[in-house]
Design a protein around this ligand. Structure first.
Ligand code: CU
Length: 469
């Protein structure tokens, strides 16, 4: 009577063999079906956290241990990944790293010490494959703010703070996929092969319904501002599918942090570009009274819902969009000039990563190779603890890919063929046929997952494991 024995040991069958938690958790996340009212005539049925999508904004304190209970009220095992945190593999939230999943109709308790301070996020990390109702196609995402242990690193004075997660909904497979990435990163193509693979592409994933947080443009509350106010915006691209741009006519974004990490050279830009997984913290000086649309520059995407109204006090009129100028995005604007060549990292051991797409035509999905192989190939990237590495990302595909490394923050060293320093990130968009060089310190024992943050690219081979021993 093994079942009775288990009950006798104080384990409730509700918990499917997991240890029943002792004491209250600091945070409880419940995964369950939700509806998202993007607009009165656009209601999405998906899965979210605590009855909403996006989930609640979680706040943790840097260096203060936290307990999170995750209750899974769905029929499939789940993983909650804490994106941008430097935490152990067994709580990081990825099957590939050996994190135990949250069982279907079960629960799991996470304990970790959040670090470093900054704008992080949390999201599901399951595979979706050909199921567009799973993984990051669902509403399982939310902001996670790690507050600094000590005050003083504040992004200046601001009058209000807004959290804006960019999303698309109702994804579908398509062979008519047109991405806009090359409009935003016009850059050298050192990785372009002499002979291009001209086999027909497989299906990509598209969407035509968009939102910021849980509302389509024109629905929900506007951001209400007064002239002279400074508004701190936390932007996140929570899409499973595509890189996105965002602009606010008549205003500039003063970029303070990328992926939650303060940049060496804060600078003002007209437009922000974010790959899936990336965050930008920027403040906007409200010095252009009116009623404006903060939204995607592309008319079809903005009109499809990717926007929010910014309304100045005592202004009553239709929200206005004004087409802006060129929105070229360049990470190196926010970097600093690298130190002299003697310390430029040329002496560091190199991890050379080459990414290729295998066009599959009607197969129906393309697959992706890292150094000539599909995942798994975990023997390839073995790192020695305490060693600093130079990592080269060679994008030999015709797409821009947002590349994410778990449990590490890396420094951009070369981007668009330009040297830079001091920009610390966990996700970087490498343009089509482009190259990025980053550096990282191997200081996280065990496996760390590396992958493209576009769900179907990751699922079809675009990932690898780093092992630090
Ligand atoms: Cu990708």
């Amino acid at each position: 009577m093994a079942g009775l024995g288990a009950l006798g040991a104080g384990v409730s069958p509700l918990f499917h063999g997991q240890q029943q938690p002792a004491g209250a958790a600091d945070i409880t996340l419940t995964i369950a079906p939700v509806t998202v009212d993007l607009a009165p005539d656009r209601v999405i049925s998906t899965v979210g956290y605590n009855g909403t999508a996006p989930g609640p904004i979680l706040r943790m304190k840097e260096g203060v241990p936290v307990t999170v209970d995750v209750i899974n009220n769905t029929d499939v095992p789940e993983q909650v990944h804490w994106h941008g945190l430097l935490i152990p593999a067994d709580v990081d939230g990825a099957d590939e790293e050996g994190t135990p999943p949250v069982p279907a109709h079960g629960r799991r308790r996470y304990r970790f010490t959040p670090t470093p301070a900054g704008t992080r996020w949390y999201h599901t990390h399951t595979m979706a494959m050909n199921d567009l109702h799973r993984g990051s196609f669902t509403g399982q995402f939310g902001f996670l703010v790690v507050e600094p242990a000590q005050r003083g690193q504040d992004p200046g004075q601001y009058d209000q703070e807004v959290f804006l997660a960019l999303r698309d909904w109702e994804p579908y497979f398509t062979s008519m996929f047109m991405d806009t990435d090359d409009l935003y990163q016009r850059t050298p193509t050192p990785e372009k092969p002499a002979v291009l693979d001209t086999r027909p592409n497989g299906l990509e994933v598209g969407a035509a319904v968009y939102s910021i947080n849980d509302k389509a443009l024109g629905h929900g509350e506007p951001i209400r501002v007064k002239p002279g106010q400074r508004v701190l915006m936390h932007l996140l691209n929570a899409s499973a599918i595509e890189n996105r741009a965002i602009a606010l006519p008549g205003h500039q974004f003063h970029v303070l942090s990328l992926d939650g990490n303060p940049v060496p050279t804060p600078a003002a830009v007209d437009q922000i570009f974010l790959g899936p997984g990336e965050r930008v913290d920027a403040f906007v000086e409200m010095n252009s009274p009116g009623v404006w649309i903060l939204g995607a520059p592309e008319d079809d995407i903005r009109n499809g819902g990717l926007g929010i109204v910014v309304e100045y006090e005592n202004q009553r009129r239709q929200p206005e969009w004004v087409k802006g100028g060129k929105g070229a995005w360049d990470y190196t604007v926010f970097g600093r000039t690298p130190a002299p060549a003697t310390t430029n990292g040329a002496e560091l051991p190199v991890i050379d990563m080459r990414f290729e797409k295998v066009p599959r035509g009607a197969a129906p999905f393309n697959s992706f190779l890292v150094n000539g192989k599909m995942y798994p190939h975990e023997q390839e990237f073995v790192l020695k603890a305490g060693t600093r590495y130079r990592v080269i990302f060679r994008n030999r595909t015709d797409d821009a890919h947002p590349l994410h490394l778990h449990r590490h923050i890396f420094e951009l060293k070369e981007m668009y063929g330009k040297p830079t320093a001091g920009i610390m990130k966990d996700t970087v968009v490498v343009p089509s046929y482009g190259r990025a060089t980053v550096e990282l310190l191997a200081n996280q024992p065990g496996p760390s997952l590396f992958h493209c943050h576009i769900q179907h690219h990751m699922d079809y081979g675009f990932k690898a494991l780093f092992h630090t021993a």
